[in-house]
Design a protein around this ligand. Sequence first.
Ligand code: ZN
Length: 338
Amino acid sequence: MSQTKETIGQYQEINSLQGVSLFSATDYKIYYDKSQKAKKRIKELIGGQNRLYFKVDSTEANKIQLDREFKSALRAEYKNRFGFDSGFFQLARMMQNSKSVVGNRHNSGKKLTKVINSDPLLGPDVVLMYSQIKNEFTTPESYLIISIDPYDFVTMGVGQGWATCYKPLGEHYSGSFSVGLDNYTFLTYIVTKNPDTQEYIKVPLKKIYRRLGVFSKEYDGVVLSTQYPYKNNGFEEFTLNTLEGLFFNDGPEVERKHSSDIKVYKTRMSQIYNDFTLAPSNKKENLYLGYKKEKEILSYGTAMNCISCHKGLASSYLPICTQCEDDLLEDADWGMFK
Ligand SMILES: [Zn+2]
């Protein structure tokens, strides 16, 4: 089982994200191969590659979302610079009365910046703030990536400006390995730069949204988890259309539904945190997409053994067992866990 340039590169990047080495490059290669074997069926469904990507259409829904994010950035920056004063509410009202805030179009037909400039509560300082923030909000090109790349699972808790409990050394870090080893789970995520022009190992680290999909046993439906770090309606629509076209394009009636009749449970003893049943109810987004069916229980995650000695069950926070952890800490400089 020889390592490849690819797995060595991934292994080094993982070590640098962990800030400490928990297992060897050979251990990583073994995990990598097991994961590829486990995802064989999904890999066939996405054309024999580890990642498949699509350029996101700049849909209307996408623009609405962008406008919402821009407004929220403006409000936050206003508070930051000028405080929570009457100008804040004046600006909020003006934004509400604008066709497009990021597009600088006020409902009166004037430019929004012109309206802001002539308002005694706001004026040129706020126009300047507007222009500065707008620079960060030029409509980004986005790409949807569907992935079963073993490395993308390991790094699924890390994104551009956000992290979850699956992040390296996070509370449920080994959940990311556990889910990389089951037969049913894949990742969907969005990046804002063309993946072709990016270094392969940096691509998943730049994701702005991430979401898990779990296939049913017959691969005739999927349940999608909540989008992290927050929901984006434009991407939601694009993702569902893409998955439907890719996986469910030649059969009986396809449905999309939120229903408690189709459930996802974690495999017993699996280290995965159950995104589908344990998330706070306002965060739960379990959406079924696939051929029409009444009831089914899907399962995800594997009960993963230590990635290093392969004997004991890995703990939930590290992909190694407690024995290996003890051995590691005995040799270690404690400072490295800071
Ligand atoms: Zn061990």
